[in-house]
Design a binder for this molecule. Sequence first.
Ligand code: SAM
Length: 238
Amino acid sequence: MADKHTTLTASEAETYYNRFGKKQDSQGFYEDPALNDVIVHASFQDAESVFEFGCGTGKFASRLLTDHLSASATYLGCDVSSVMVGLATQRLKKYSKRAKVLQTDGTVHFPLSDHSTDRVISSYVLDLLSDEDIRTFFAEAYRILIPGGKVCLASLTKGNTLLSRIVSSLWMAVFRIRPSFVGGCRPILLDEYVNRDSWKLEHRKILTPFGVPSEALVLIAKDRPNKANSAEARSSCG
Ligand SMILES: C[S@@+](CC[C@H](N)C(=O)[O-])C[C@H]1O[C@@H](n2cnc3c(N)ncnc32)[C@H](O)[C@@H]1O
């Protein structure tokens, strides 16, 4: 089961990432291999609309818009940090007709209607949310995705090799002392939060560049039960 621990509040995360700002881009040495792996399995070329939760500086969005999404595809990103929203907006300026970035209050509620998007992406964000918020994230992703749409995730995870096990244990130890020493992030197993009644596994891989373990996960939203049952299904899904 998921570890019990204290995660940063949304307002603590906002303060931290307002200060961290552009430095987030220096984390590519361990993030990029997992993001590359997600890209291989997310079929972004077929997506018409993408929603990103916790877009940071807009680095991943810029890469998707430049190299992987069709010229008509739209992007909506959100972040709790005003500094990150400013950086991402600036970075995505040349796509401003079809790419928007919003600041949120940190609640895990997506500003989109039901079944309105075909990709939900989030990289290195779920690992700083509480267990309850991670479950809400999956319920919200399921709500806004069309059936057959994909949730595409990368996150810090627990090691599966000797070196990466040592790294993730040390990381967790530091997190327990003070979450802000590691940006509020801790190693988690995304797979543990997935309700297989709602999601079909498309791809899962653990990557350990420089001994830092990441989980790349792509899930497909299963078709809904009939309309009469959908309210009940929604309350228990995700
Ligand atoms: C570790 S950074 C990752 C940023 C980016 N996705 C990347 O991979 O470079 C975490 C990001 O999530 C944002 N964040 C944290 N908690 C959030 C919340 N509750 N709602 C929206 N964004 C949040 C932070 O402001 C920060 O930009």
